[in-house]
Design a protein around this ligand. Structure first.
Ligand SMILES: C[S@@+](CC[C@H](N)C(=O)[O-])C[C@H]1O[C@@H](n2cnc3c(N)ncnc32)[C@H](O)[C@@H]1O
Length: 206
């Protein structure tokens, strides 16, 4: 009974959300697109000839947005555990990003040149235990960085979602040593009540 009340309330506020409405009208698969769009408009992240890796890509609004910018000189590689409907120009890898086989497939697809940009909107499944959830978030973010050391070109950029809490400050400091510039972004489409924010690390030093 309580669960129904909660999900009804969630559905009502979801349907009233202007970003949900806008995404539906613009045929984007998720309101999340407006987070990437705002960051890109501000920071000029994505270029038409870029090779971009989209981690945690499903249902696919970030990949749709990438596909509207990237032309035949570039490529988009998307990874998710959940299925994703095809998107033009997007090479989708179905699987768990933490699995080495999946990472190898992505590396093979990117080729020797590697990626210009890695974006991660991944969030692990929540257990409801705050400490466990935060340590899983941070472990995933660290794994994303480790993957960048294999796939990112020198001078490449990383955009990664984090949740404010234990370890985020240290992670940011760590990235400052590895990238020329590290910026924090909280786009308007990211709900105020959510601890979610994005770190944009620019120009990988190698
Ligand atoms: C917030 S959604 C991403 C929304 C997406 N950016 C979009 O615009 O449609 C987060 C996604 O991360 C995926 N995810 C979480 N952990 C993952 C992992 N270890 N490997 C692959 N995908 C993962 C989830 O399955 C989920 O689809």
């Amino acid at each position: 009974m309580r669960k129904n009340k909660f999900s009804n309330r969630w559905l009502q506020s979801h349907n009233k959300d202007p970003y949900v409405k806008k995404a539906r009208e613009s045929h984007f698969r998720s309101r999340a697109v407006y987070k990437l769009q705002e960051i890109n408009e501000k920071d000029k992240l994505i270029k038409p000839d870029y090779c971009v890796v989209d981690l945690g890509s499903s249902p696919g609004s970030w990949s749709q947005y990438l596909s509207s910018i990237i032309d035949s000189r570039g490529q988009i590689i998307a990874i998710d555990i959940l299925p994703m409907e095809p998107i033009e120009q997007v090479f989708y890898i179905s699987g768990d990003f933490t699995d080495e086989i999946i990472q190898k497939e992505c590396l093979r697809q990117a080729g020797k040149k590697g990626a210009d940009l890695v974006i991660s909107d991944m969030a692990p499944n929540l257990t409801g235990i705050k400490v466990t959830d935060q340590s899983r978030n941070m472990a995933l973010a660290e794994l994303v960085y480790d993957f960048c050391t294999q796939i990112l070109k020198p001078g490449g950029d990383l955009l990664v979602k984090l949740f404010e809490g234990e370890g985020t400050y240290e992670f940011r400091r760590f990235l400052q040593e590895k990238f020329s510039k590290v910026i924090v972004r909280k786009p308007k489409a990211s709900r105020d009540q959510s601890r979610e924010f994005y770190i944009l690390a620019r120009s990988y030093k190698l």
